[in-house]
Ligand binder design. Structure first.
Ligand code: SF4
Ligand code: SF4
Length: 240
């Protein structure tokens, strides 16, 4: 890797961290090109690299989730662990993309997920988890969330697709759930089967996204705020 490319890597990582990203990685998307093409079309599949950025959620906010029937708890979660974090992620992704464009590269920011906990698992044009996984930032847990060794699933993600010659930061991390079943046991809708992630199995073998989505909609209609997130709360990698 030449000096100019190293400088570009250091500058983009430094910018992301200065602007508020707790997690930063670069993924080679080549192994996932067919999947990206199927999910988002050539518009997205044309980019060989992805920058994955994540912001760790605040523990005092997530730790309250078992009391989410309390309106104040649910509203705090929606505000600080969702709306505000998403805005910051989108802002960082846009600024990184603009910076890369000024340096002569193509870069497309993919918005942070728009629905707490589940939207990316229900329907998305691009999987932030896929980019973070391929960048070596974590593994896909039995909850189908991206689990980081440092903060478990208590992280929200955004992605910048690019043709910039950035160095990849790692490889897909092997799963470390082992015998743990905590997310499976706590889900009030029994949405998880408890099977560990396998690339050759469809997500439906592990997770019924529609059941979870329906539950959140019911909560929204009943209480005005559809907040669950118990699978995110309970993961021991986030609670230590
Ligand atoms: S624990 Fe809650 S958010 Fe997680 S899958 Fe189950 S219903 Fe959905
Ligand atoms: S709660 Fe346990 S099984 Fe679920 S994702 Fe976390 S480590 Fe894996």
């Amino acid at each position: 890797m030449n000096y100019q490319a190293m400088q570009l890597d250091a500058r983009i990582r430094g910018n992301a961290e200065d602007w508020g990203a707790d997690f930063y990685g670069v993924a080679d998307l080549t192994p996932a090109r067919d999947f990206i093409l199927w999910q988002g079309g050539e518009r997205l599949a044309q980019y060989p690299k992805a920058i994955s950025i994540g912001i760790a959620l605040l523990n005092p906010i997530v730790d309250q989730l078992p009391k989410r029937s309390d309106k104040a708890v649910a509203m705090e979660y929606r505000h600080h662990a969702y709306d505000t974090v998403n805005d910051l992620l989108d802002s960082i992704a846009l600024r990184l993309s603009s910076s890369l464009q000024r340096q002569g590269y193509r870069a497309l920011p993919i918005p942070a997920s728009k629905r707490a906990v589940v939207d990316e698992r229900v329907a998305a044009i691009f999987s932030h988890k896929l980019a973070a996984h391929l960048a070596g930032l974590g593994w896909i847990g039995k909850s189908c969330l991206l689990i980081t060794p440092q903060a478990g699933p208590r992280v929200r993600w955004a992605t910048v697709l690019t043709d910039a010659p950035l160095k990849t930061t790692g490889e897909a991390m092997a799963e470390r759930c082992k015998e743990c079943q905590k997310c499976v046991e706590i889900c009030p809708q029994a949405a998880f089967t408890g099977r560990p992630f396998r690339e050759d199995e469809p997500r439906e073998a592990r997770y019924d996204a529609k059941v979870c989505e329906r539950y959140l909609k019911e909560l929204e209609e009943k209480t005005g705020y559809g907040v669950c997130g118990l699978c995110l709360y309970v993961c021991p990698y986030g609670r230590r």
